[in-house]
Design a protein around this ligand. Sequence first.
Ligand code: TRP
Length: 320
Amino acid sequence: MDTNLARLQTITSPEQDRFADSLLNGLRKTSKEIACKYFYDEAGSRLFDAICDLPEYYQTRTEMTLLARHAVEIAALMGDGAEIVEFGAGSLRKIRVLLDAAQNPRAYTPLDISGDYLRNVVRSLAADYPALTLRPLVGDFTLPLEIPALPGPVRRAGFFPGSTIGNFKPDAAMALLRRMRSTLNGGGLLIGVDLVKDPARLHAAYNDAAGITALFNKNLLIRANRELGADFDPEGFAHYAPYNAAAHRIEMYLVSLKRQSVNLCGQRFEFAQGEPVHTEDSHKYTIESFREMAARAGFSPRAVWTDQDRLFSVHWLESR
Ligand code: TRP
């Protein structure tokens, strides 16, 4: 085992929830829903990586370019000897450009909800960065979490890319930013935010021609079948992801293609033909609207970087 790689540590919250309870509650509602964090089991994490490489999905490419272009400036803002904490670390592709520029990082602490996936991806990072202390944590950053402190006074710098903040309703996004601010203990946050733009472009990004996003959406049902013994027919549901221009968000649903019933944990759920199950929102911001929200959450928005076409933005927020 690599010596710079700490053992995978699971951190739980007093408010820990389980897939089964969350799904049962969501399907009992008049407007059915499934919480989007359950997308990310190992299969879902891999499908999401495939989404990031899709020609229609401009986000990942654009954010990577911004991070690479401004890595030196970002590293200076993060400061010398910082512990970099990544929320929802995923494939660990984006962190590499930051680590290459970082000034003596004290440690890199990726936090992800999928332990199986994290276990695999940290190995190759550890091999490529032998001098770096790596502390992989399995946990749900949407809940109040205590990240164990490293010995000594260590300044933290947060990293929250991929516009994951957009997957929370504005109130929840604010609450999450506040929580991150307290986790960071006075340190700043580097955050990627997708921007409001031409609806056709947004629509294409969530309705790709190859149908990977549809597979990703339906993976929720396959996961429920595998982990909870449910009997969803994935072919009986369609991926539907319209852009709600008034609310500046993509809304994602699984729509029942027929009248059907599904058994889950000894209970039966009826679906009408055409009935939607809400699975995710992806809110889009303007640079100004995001900076305002960050300020209301207790950050001082400092630097912001965007591409020529203003597709995506990366913000450096200081704690105050
Ligand atoms: N944070 C990403 C986004 O909102 C997550 C995402 C991208 C996503 N494509 C998706 C989630 C498709 C579900 C389905 O863009």
